[in-house]
Design a protein around this ligand. Structure first.
Ligand SMILES: [Zn+2]
Ligand SMILES: [Zn+2]
Length: 242
């Protein structure tokens, strides 16, 4: 039963939360910067990609060509180009892990800001009609409680002032791909996506958002579904390139 004392305890706690300093979404240190940022120590410890990047995967490119050796070896990707905010190691790996598997959704505003900045700095062509998240199968979304790519997609669309669109569905439940090689991933993800609203996608320039670019098999399957539905072109934006 709701009593005066439980209401007042709740009010005191709420006031305490409102007065408490915001915490770093990664290490929980008190923040002077504002709730959407990481603390200075965490920011300084984030690994960075070099200025010269591969247009095929968004990762570092040490060669002289536009594509890194891995993308050259794989041949054509279905998207026009890819951008990533970070390399996938060190504190970025920890941050993605907290965000994706440990419900630390308070990291989303910081990650979305970094992704938007990477896009603005490294996109080959910034003309865009809508941002699209890579969807989770409903069963995995239900288990996790949220789709990590969809939260980022909404924030990024808002920053870039374009539509956020969710035309893709996972039509097959696919196994976790963490320990699979590229051939296994391609087989696992083949025809896993369908476009439920083809009219919305037709002739649109889309930015496909996901968390980590590993082999690109998932992003390729999602991109192919969008292009088959009539999208004018697809670019890819991820938090990190593995
Ligand atoms: Zn921190
Ligand atoms: Zn590459």
């Amino acid at each position: 039963m709701l009593t005066c004392s439980t209401v007042s305890t709740g009010l005191v706690r709420l006031l305490g939360d409102l007065c408490a300093p915001p915490l770093c979404p990664l290490c929980r240190a008190a923040l002077a910067l504002g709730p959407a940022e990481l603390c200075p120590d965490c920011q300084a410890a984030l690994p960075q990609l070099p200025e010269r990047r591969c247009h095929g995967c968004g990762g570092a490119n040490t060669g002289h060509l536009a594509l890194c050796p891995e993308c050259l070896h794989l041949g054509a990707r279905p998207w026009n180009f890819a951008v990533s905010a970070f390399p996938f190691h060190g504190l970025v790996r920890d941050a993605v892990h907290c965000y994706k598997y440990r419900r630390r959704t308070s990291l989303a505003p910081f990650l979305a800001r970094c992704m938007t900045e990477a896009w603005t700095a490294h996109a080959e062509d910034r003309r865009l009609d809508a941002v699209v998240p890579v969807p989770l199968h409903w069963l995995r979304a239900w288990q996790r409680g949220y789709n990590q790519a969809a939260i980022l997609s909404r924030l990024i669309a808002n920053k870039l002032q374009v539509n956020n669109m969710t035309p893709l569905r996972r039509v097959r439940y696919t196994r976790q791909q963490a320990r699979m090689d590229l051939a296994q991933r391609q087989k696992n993800i083949h025809r896993a996506f369908a476009v439920v609203n083809r009219a919305a996608v037709k002739n649109q320039r889309l930015l496909l958002v996901d968390d980590v670019f590993t082999t690109g098999a998932t992003l390729a399957a999602a991109t192919t579904a969008l292009l088959d539905a009539g999208a004018a072109g697809v670019a890819v934006l991820t938090i990190a390139r593995d």
